[in-house]
Design a binder for this molecule. Structure first.
Ligand code: TMP
Length: 237
């Protein structure tokens, strides 16, 4: 598979076309951004750690019967994926209150959410990824009711698989964000799963081991990602 021109440069990944229209190459960069791109820094090893982390998780999800765009890790920073027609709606599941939910509803950080909640956000940088709902998503043509139903079902299924995986490493999966797309008519998991797009805490100390370390300037960001990787068995070298 030949890497061709740059299709799109996101905040942390660059997307390249290949000589096969059904596949793309994602390049994980070291760029780390927060507050909708207001703060951007280079964190050494991040691209490589997230690429390996994502490959491991995508393979576990695939083994659990969840179809993903992941095909094959190509290099330290690159992965070959199926080319999806992305749905511009992000799916968020929360097992414990944190982040925007705490700010919005005044909940206590760490409050257990039973059953876990499911939220939708419109993927739009200029608008700051506002929270939306199913009705808006259908009316505005972002997805059909059937697609949204499938995305919700799959997101909850991912939650069950990953909660159990993190539990083994004495870690709490607090919340996470997924993005889906359409591939030959099927809803398929796209984008990435890494500590950039989820919250993971140590079960005992509640130490934050995800991108909140960057957002809140807590330090040792990549060291925390590596600790999570090591605890759940992601091969890092
Ligand atoms: P939030 O608390 O900021 O709404 O985020 C919930 C989870 O989803 C958190 O793990 C971060 C992740 N997320 C992203 O990675 N990107 C996004 O654009 C959004 C809305 C959430």
């Amino acid at each position: 598979m030949q890497k061709q021109q740059l299709l799109y440069k996101g905040k942390a990944k660059s997307v390249y076309e290949t000589d096969d229209n059904d596949f793309l190459i994602l390049h994980f960069r070291d760029d780390t951004s927060a507050f909708n791109g207001e703060r951007v820094e280079q964190l050494a090893r991040k691209g490589q750690v997230n690429n390996r982390f994502n490959a491991f998780i995508m393979q576990k999800l695939s083994e659990a019967g969840i179809e993903t765009h992941f095909e094959k890790q190509l290099s330290d920073n690159e992965v070959l994926v199926k080319r999806l027609e992305m749905i511009p709606v992000e799916c968020v599941v929360r097992n414990f209150a944190a982040g925007s939910l705490v700010r919005r509803l005044g909940l206590e950080e760490g409050q257990a959410l039973t059953p876990p909640t499911f939220e939708l956000f419109f993927k739009d940088d200029a608008l700051g990824d506002p929270m939306v709902n199913e009705s808006l998503s259908i009316t505005l043509g972002w997805a059909t009711a059937e697609q949204l139903e499938e995305m919700k079902r799959l997101t909850y299924q991912v939650n069950e698989v990953l909660k159990a995986m993190f539990e083994v490493g004495d870690l709490m999966l607090v919340d996470f964000k997924l993005e889906f797309g359409v591939y030959h008519g099927r809803i398929v998991l796209g984008d990435e799963f890494s500590p950039d797009g989820c919250r993971i805490w140590d079960k005992t100390t509640k130490k934050k081991l995800d991108k909140d370390r960057f957002r809140q300037s807590l330090g040792d960001v990549i060291e925390a990602y590596e600790e999570v990787a090591q605890r759940i068995g992601v091969p890092l070298d």
